[in-house]
Design a protein around this ligand. Structure first.
Ligand code: FE2
Length: 302
């Protein structure tokens, strides 16, 4: 497939100062806004050899505004354009200003059937400046696994799944059906996890809307101690816990969840599994999210 990894995420927010503190002092990302000559109110955050992996731009609402997908090369991006054209999906080539701002060779943008806004690009431009975490995080697990994963709202579930699998070539990793209350009359909501590289999932789609355009994003650190250190920083900075420590049954990630300044959650984890040969992998449905832990009821108390 032509999309190889989750490359960057963009957030539209009025809370840029809070994001600076959350991203740097809690998540441990490096603020490279000055180095990247950010415009007034914009923030760029680095987590590896890429110039940035997360940016926040001033906006009227609080939402995940861009999901950036990386292609290996120009041919890969042209293949994405071709697939979108064949499927009759509208897309727009990025102009010079946007291409320069994203520090890539070329990009195109499109909306998925649920209205989430995506970009696909190739040829990131980096000075390979060393990652310097203000919180002492040695590194994040990225490279060919991309920056982590993102879970997006998809109320029109079937159309959105079909778009990512049939048009963009993502593969199904596993699926869940979730009910939030013990009431059997509550309709089950589907949650499907999908891969585009050896990371167990780079994308998941959830059959419900979300006011902030994102259920959660996940970044991965090299070991469980780094997860614990981040949880200490979360407490020190009064960031709300939205899911307790636990180990997921699907990607085996040991993680906790916290509330970002824009209302969606950030999962911070370690020990996620990778799949080297998807042809030998068996897709499954799990009836629980986790082997242990991950109590999300803490997120419902304010
Ligand atoms: Fe996750």
């Amino acid at each position: 497939m032509s999309i190889k990894s989750l490359g960057y995420l963009g957030v539209s927010s009025q809370q840029t100062q809070q994001w600076r503190q959350f991203a740097c002092d809690v998540m441990g990302l490096e603020d490279v806004s000055v180095r990247l000559e950010a415009a007034e109110g914009e923030c760029f955050f680095k987590m590896d050899g890429h110039p940035f992996r997360l940016f926040v731009e001033p906006g009227d609402d609080e939402r995940l505004s861009v999901i950036g997908w990386e292609c290996n090369n120009e041919e890969g991006l042209l293949e994405v354009a071709e697939r979108l054209t064949q499927a009759g999906v509208a897309f727009e080539w990025g102009g010079d200003a946007l291409v320069a701002k994203r520090r890539v060779q070329g990009l195109l943008s499109f909306d998925d059937p649920a209205g989430n806004h995506h970009e696909a690009y190739w040829g990131v431009i980096s000075d390979f400046g060393r990652f310097n975490s203000p919180a002492g995080v040695p590194n994040f697990i990225t490279g060919d696994q991309g920056l982590g994963h993102v879970v997006l709202p998809a109320p029109n579930f079937d159309a959105t799944i079909e778009f990512f699998t049939d048009v963009l070539g993502f593969g199904l990793s596993d699926l869940m059906k979730i009910r939030f209350t013990p009431d059997p009359a509550e309709p089950e909501k589907r949650l499907w996890f999908m891969h585009c590289n050896r990371r167990h999932h780079s994308l998941a789609l959830f059959e419900m809307p979300h006011p902030n355009g994102c259920i959660h994003l996940m970044t991965e650190v090299p070991n469980i101690d780094e997860v614990g250190y981040c949880n200490d920083r979360r407490i020190a900075h009064n960031v709300k816990l939205s899911g307790t420590l636990g180990r997921h049954a699907n990607d085996h990630m040991v993680s906790f969840y916290m509330r970002s300044p824009s209302g969606f959650d950030v999962e911070y984890g370690a020990e996620g599994r990778t799949v080297e040969d998807w042809s030998r992998y068996e897709v499954f449905q799990s009836t629980v999210p986790s082997f242990w832990g991950h109590d999300f009821s803490v997120g419902h108390t304010d």
